[in-house]
Design a protein around this ligand. Structure first.
Ligand code: CAA
Length: 289
């Protein structure tokens, strides 16, 4: 399986925001998708959102009605990990927790043939370490998508120490076939994206905590002065404050450098359950999702 043309069916593990987005762009690009999650409820919610997204693609002229219909028919869901055995390439997008992800990969390693390639959508965990829990560490790669996946052009491609050259080039080709731009980042905590983004968000939270300005002012400065589409606090709410804190901890633990110390206000807000958009409260108020 060293050719992109050998990949017809892609497994996606996790029907949350990232899994939905990844499945959506795969279907749109002509792949069959096996979407797995632990409950029918999550699968139903995930596939409903994917179908809505495909409908929007027709409204916007990105797909015609026949292409939408065919894409819908190429989507299958399963609550079993071994239900992904027919896929040639599998992308994991479950909770950002090393133990959860490694349990998934161990089970998947048992269920799938040895040629199947595994990719993790982790935003900061070590690909080298995740790959090592499988017996196919040469066929393991990081494929880091960005939210909202159907809109964001970037995919960070992260080889672990063990990733083979054919696996790496296949991962790049897969990203390109989805209309994305792959950018290579070596396996260091946070890769490129979160090593740069998260300290900026963390610093914005320090600025708020120290009373430099109100949240709106901090965000306005970065939007109007630096042309960012969202200010850092608005973006933190969008990503999830728990996710931001987890990534800061990965940076802090990985580099042992105090410049990555999570802001105490970020920790407090996570402890309060104020996680941003998904809970209805973060730096701003939202209608709970
Ligand atoms: N899901 C799917 N599509 C969405 C969406 C969502 N949550 N939010 C917006 N869109 C789509 C809209 O449907 C619209 O698409 P079409 O009209 O072409 O169908 C398009 O995005 C533009 O939307 P809007 O005009 O309504 O809004 P906007 O111009 O304000 O853009 C945005 C919205 C694209 C989210 C923009 O604000 C933006 O780029 N924000 C920054 C996003 C970002 O930085 N993401 C990376 C986060 S970090 C990450 O994901 C990885 C990590 O490891 C933490």
């Amino acid at each position: 399986m060293d050719q992109i043309s050998d990949i017809k069916t892609v497994g996606v593990i996790g029907a949350g925001t990232m899994g939905q987005g990844i499945a959506h762009v795969l279907l749109r690009a002509g792949y069959a998708v096996l979407l797995q999650d632990v409950s029918e409820k999550y699968l139903k919610r995930g596939s409903d959102r994917i179908l809505l997204g495909l409908g929007r693609d027709v409204d916007k002229g990105r797909l015609n009605e026949q292409q939408r219909q065919q894409a819908v028919e190429r989507l299958e869901t399963t609550i079993r990990l071994d239900g992904l055995a027919a896929a040639q390439f599998i992308i994991e997008a479950v909770t950002e927790d090393f133990n959860v992800k490694s349990d998934v990969f161990r089970a998947l390693d048992e269920a799938c043939g040895p040629n199947v390639i595994f990719a993790s959508n982790t935003s900061s965990l070590s690909i080298t370490r995740l790959a090592a829990v499988t017996r196919r560490s040469d066929r393991f790669v990081g494929l880091h998508f960005f939210n909202p996946v159907p809109v964001m052009k970037l995919v960070e491609i992260v080889p672990g120490l063990q990733t083979s050259a054919p696996t790496l080039s296949l991962a790049k080709e897969l990203a390109t076939s989805l209309g994305k731009t792959p950018v290579l980042a070596n396996d260091f905590p946070g890769f490129i994206s979160n090593r740069v983004l998260m300290p900026m968000i963390n610093e914005a939270i320090y600025a708020l905590m120290e009373g430099v300005a109100e949240p709106q002012a901090i965000d306005e400065v970065m939007k109007l002065g630096m042309n960012h589409p969202m200010g850092p606090l608005e973006l933190a709410d969008f990503i999830g404050l728990d996710v931001c804190l987890d990534i800061m901890k990965v940076l802090y633990d990985g580099f042992h450098d105090s410049k990555y110390r999570p802001c105490p206000l970020l920790e407090k807000m996570v402890n309060a359950g104020w996680l941003g958009r998904k809970t209805g409260k973060g730096f701003y108020q939202y209608k709970a999702q």
